[in-house]
Design a protein around this ligand. Sequence first.
Ligand code: ZN
Length: 318
Amino acid sequence: MEMEKPYVIGIDMGGTNTAFGIVDTRGNVIVKGSIKTDNLDIDDYISQLRTECGKLIDSVGGIDKIKGIGAGCPNGNYYTGNIEYAPNLPWKGIVPFAKMLSEAFGLPTAITNDANAAAVGEMTYGVARGMKNFIMITLGTGVGSGIVIDGKIVYGHDGFAGELGHVNIMRNGRMCGCGRLGCLEAYTSATGVARSAHEILDMSETPSSLRNIPVETITSKDVYDAAMAGDEVAKEIFNYTGKLLGEAFSDFVAFSAPEAIVLFGGLAKAGDLILKPIVENMEKNLLTVWKGKVKVLFSTLKDADAAVLGASALAWEL
Ligand SMILES: [Zn+2]
C-alpha cells in the first residue's frame, strides 16, 4: 500500500439504497454517504454517485489520495466487471458497471457480489484476518456466500462461484426466489424464517406471543424478539433454522475444509439461539476427520459499515 494513496472507496449497492464511504488502511470508514438506487437510470445513478462521492473525496484531500474503488453489487461479476441480470435492481440485462465507474472517477475499479465483498472485508479487517480457508455466509433477505480457499475468493470459471444459498437442502421443498425448489435460502433467509414461523405455528397449539401477530405479517425480527423474551415456539423456529444451516454447513465443509464458517447478517444477531443448533447439527453430520475442527464464528465488522468496508477491501488489490 503506497502511503501517497492512503484511502480506497467502498460502495455497497442495494436494490433501494447505495451506501459508500472512504476507508483507510486500518478499516476505518472515514467519511460516508448514500444515495437512492431505485428510480434512477444508470447514467443518472453514476453521475449522482460521482457527485456525492466527489464531496467525500475533496474532504480527504482530493482524488490523488484514493487508490481505487471496490463495489459490492447484486450479481456483480469480478471477472467481467458487469452486473448481470440482477433481479432486484432497476437496470435489466448486463450493465458494465466497473467500466462506467472507472470512467466517471478516473480510478481503477473492481466489483463483486455482496457476499464475496463481505468475505474480503472479513479477511482484511475482521474475524477472518489471517485465515486462508473459510466460508462467509450472509444471512439476510437472501442467503449469500463467499468461499475463500488458500487466501483467495473462489470466483469459478465465469465469476459467479459460491452460490451456497442455492444448494438444495430439500428435494421438492419450498419455492425459492431463484425459481427452483428446496434451496437453503428458502428456509434460512429472513423470509425463510418467517415462512417456518408460519408452518410451525400452524402445526401446533403451543401458546406463543407470536400468535398475537397476524400470521402473514410475522417477520424474522418478530421471531427474534419473541425468542429473546423466552417464547418456546420462537426458540423452536430458531432450532429448526439452525438445524438446517448446521446440516448444510457439514456438506460445505466436505467441499473446501474451511477452518471456520463466518456468519453475517440479521440472523447472526440471535447469538447462541442460532449458534447452538448450528454447531450441534454440523458436528453431528460432519465426516469424522473434521469433527471438532471447524469453528462457527460471527462477523466482527460493525454492521452499518461492514458492506462498505468489504467492498472497499477489493480496491487494495488494484
Ligand atoms: Zn434458490
